[in-house]
Design a protein around this ligand. Structure first.
Ligand code: HEC
Length: 441
């Protein structure tokens, strides 16, 4: 009798346990914390660019219903690339089952549960960077820059001189600002200045290209003779990371010319900006380069039809550029449009007639742009045609349209935020046998 009771009890326990699984059993520490760590905290920590931290149970629980909304709508984590077109190595989107898990936990009143001692220790996110560790070198602008609240946009070049003990092998690079909202985009060019006769300190620290002092820019001419690397930041971008033997080498001496396009502001604001550099100990034997196609780059005048968008129209443009040189390997693709951009697509047609997909952004959003790292290097054979296609919605139905009512939009090359662009940047290197098999995780 006693035995029977026990069997009954045990079977009841097993049965009830399996019934209750999912809902009641989900707790923050057991099921949710690691997911938030992996998919949210890299931005949601102090200085990570997001408006509030998501580091503790309290941070998450008090915004539970808000979080439910943004993950269900896939607004967060920001990720606009179509994973079915190309699945990138730096994909940070949530899988459907991860969304379901979060929603189920929140619907069940977001219980905290016991701390799980066997859990992986949380990554300590370092303030002011999204790349998981402290930068080896932070090169900031000399002084915080004041943007008056006069609703005028500004293009400002900051000179950041540097002298290192030795050249640095770059593992990752990241633009930093303490005031995301103020910046429309930023570009940085790293110039080596090996000749000690060229002074890097006593030239202007900053030149406002939109102001009267723009002639001061001439002072930077001697620095611009060579360029080691070129990168940038647009809203949403995180960092550029080069695995394995890839990367580039930071020279010992030189200047960074950091061009910041400040969006118009109606209140006085100030901004600190700079570049975070992460070095690796292993050598860079395969240096990468950057190339740009479309507006502001190769083939700008071959965009078809002529690049302007009449008010109230939706229009698609294409660009085909042939790779005349040698075989290349692509590591990153970086699509760029402005506010009325709607859809972006790029692929390669090889001389053998194959189509190699590069990137598709089905629902463009200016606020969330990213530099997308391929899972393996992608070969672009000599003679391939790079095909870029952008669709723009310049109607009043587009909530992102900067003009109300809509105005005809041109691409005048000076890259104002109300102009448009259709650009694809690529980080690439000369092809070597077997590159297609090199994983870029
Ligand atoms: C790449 C950086 C990044 C990642 C990763 C990220 N966020 Fe965000 N998040 C932001 C930024 C920046 C904002 C502010 C944007 C805005 O004003 O809409 C934001 C805003 C939010 C908001 C407020 C939305 C609103 O309408 O104001 C919530 C809630 C949120 N994030 C939750 C999450 C959750 C949950 C995750 C992970 C599943 C996550 N975020 C991942 C950068 C990020």
């Amino acid at each position: 009798m006693i035995i029977n009771m026990r069997i009954l009890f045990i079977s009841f326990f097993i049965f009830s346990n399996s019934l209750l699984l999912s809902a009641q059993d989900l707790t923050y520490h057991k099921d949710i914390a690691s997911l938030i760590q992996a998919k949210c905290a890299s931005c949601h920590h102090p200085g990570g660019g997001a408006p509030f931290p998501l580091l503790t149970y309290g941070d998450v629980a008090k915004r539970a219903s808000f979080i439910k909304d943004v993950v269900k709508s896939r607004y967060m984590p920001p990720w606009r690339a179509d994973n079915n077109y190309v699945h990138f190595a730096n994909d940070r989107s949530l899988a459907q089952k991860e969304i379901d898990l979060l929603v189920k936990w929140i619907d069940n009143k977001a219980p905290e549960g016991k701390l799980v001692t066997t859990a992986k220790p949380a990554t300590a996110f370092v303030s002011a960077t999204k790349y998981g560790r402290k930068p080896d070198l932070f090169l900031p602008i000399a002084d915080s820059f004041k943007v008056p609240g006069d609703n005028v946009e500004r293009f400002v070049v900051f000179k950041i001189p540097f002298e290192l003990k030795e050249p640095g092998n770059i593992e990752a690079i990241e633009f930093y600002t303490n005031n995301n909202k103020l910046i429309h985009h930023a570009n940085y060019a790293i110039h080596e200045v090996a000749d000690p006769a060229i002074d890097i300190y006593n030239t202007a620290k900053v030149v406002d290209l939109s102001g009267e002092e723009r002639t001061n820019y001439e002072q930077y001419k001697p620095y611009r003779k060579t360029i080691t690397y070129y990168g940038g930041w647009i809203p949403g971008t995180t960092y550029e990371y080069y695995p394995k033997q890839f990367g580039w080498v930071m020279p010992k001496r030189g200047v960074i010319l950091l061009t910041v396009h400040f969006a118009p502001s109606s209140v006085d604001e100030s901004s600190i900006a700079g570049v975070n550099l992460f070095f690796k100990k292993t050598p860079v034997t395969r240096p990468v380069k950057v190339i740009s196609f479309g507006s502001g780059g190769i083939g700008e005048d071959q965009i078809s039809p002529i690049f302007f968008i009449k008010k109230d129209e939706t229009k698609t443009f294409t660009l085909n550029v042939t790779n005349p040189g040698t075989d290349l390997s692509v590591m990153y693709v970086w699509p760029h449009m402005h506010y009325v951009g709607k859809e972006f697509k790029a692929f390669i047609l090889t001389p053998a007639g194959d189509t190699v997909k590069l990137v598709r952004i089905p629902d463009w959003d200016f606020r969330w742009q990213e530099i997308y790292r391929l899972k393996t290097l992608m070969k672009v054979p000599k003679g391939s045609v790079m095909h870029i296609e952008g669709t723009y919605d310049n109607t009043a139905q587009n909530p992102a349209n900067p003009n109300n009512p809509p105005k005809t939009i041109f691409s005048s090359g000076n890259m104002r935020s109300t102009d448009e662009m259709m650009t694809l940047l690529m980080v690439y290197l000369p092809y070597e046998e077997g590159d297609e098999k090199i994983e870029l995780e």
